[in-house]
Design a binder for this molecule. Sequence first.
Ligand SMILES: Nc1ncnc2c1ncn2[C@@H]1O[C@H](COP(=O)(O)OP(=O)(O)OP(=O)(O)O)[C@@H](O)[C@H]1O
Ligand SMILES: [Mg+2]
Length: 282
Amino acid sequence: MNVQLKADHVWFHYTDEEGNRTSEDVLKDVSLEIKKGSFTAILGHNGSGKSTLARLLNAILVPISGSVWVNGIETRDEEQLYEIRRHTGMVFQNPDNQIVATIVEEDVAFGPENLGIEPQEIRRRVDEALRAVDMYEYRLHAPSQLSGGQKQRVAIAGIIAMRPDCIILDEPTAMLDPRGRREVMKTIRMLNEEHGITVVLITHYMDEAVQADRVVVMDDGKIIMDSTPGAVFTKPELLQAVGLDVPQAAELLQSLKEAGLPVEVTAIDEASCADVIMNLFA
Ligand SMILES: Nc1ncnc2c1ncn2[C@@H]1O[C@H](COP(=O)(O)OP(=O)(O)OP(=O)(O)O)[C@@H](O)[C@H]1O
Ligand SMILES: [Mg+2]
């Protein structure tokens, strides 16, 4: 089976404990299929429904109507929640809210301990996970001594120690400085490329989204674009219309085009942008 996550005609609004509606429709007929081993970025301005979709894909929430499947298991099936959680890990914005222990390696062990894994195997997984995120030498440190990027990598290690085949990250770099962002993005790419873990990355940063192999753009509870980074980011008018930034390379080409120069917006990175400009003089 090649499909990791699937949403089929999903509608969602929030409700209180009595089941009374507490929001407008937040997701409106969303359908999405995410392949195993893929790297998908989800973009959209504030309130467009990204985090809600992430919570549905991790079975924290269930649809009002429509269905969500994780590894072929429908999330409405409450008896299978354990199985679903074992397959899909979630990383959130604030590393401080995700770290529970006072020593790095104990924090990473927390998830596998909850899965009831043998102590020896936990030891092995914790070391392996900390090496994978390049935090092994900090294993005996207190998380409070670490930088934001290091804490977020520890949080990611805690997830990979559970050996998920999919990780959903909801703006994992939003609270980090540029260096922390780069470290975390490198870790995310490594998980995808070297370990074959399916990655869903919710982000506000275009330079992060261009690293994915697929970009899904949400607006007002709907998916309005779903394509490769190259195809999405070379449509600056569409992105700007839904309040999103455009990669600088594409923005520059767009300005040149609007100024009447014979260029097409085909580049999203600096090197290919330079090629397009050089071609003007060729
Ligand atoms: N617990 C909740 N109860 C009621 N409404 C909610 C709740 N959580 C989110 N909403 C509403 O649902 C809509 C979508 O929110 P969501 O958090 O999914 O958006 P988002 O795209 O992740 O936004 P952001 O970029 O700010 O993180 C918003 O209008 C929000 O106010
Ligand atoms: Mg959000």
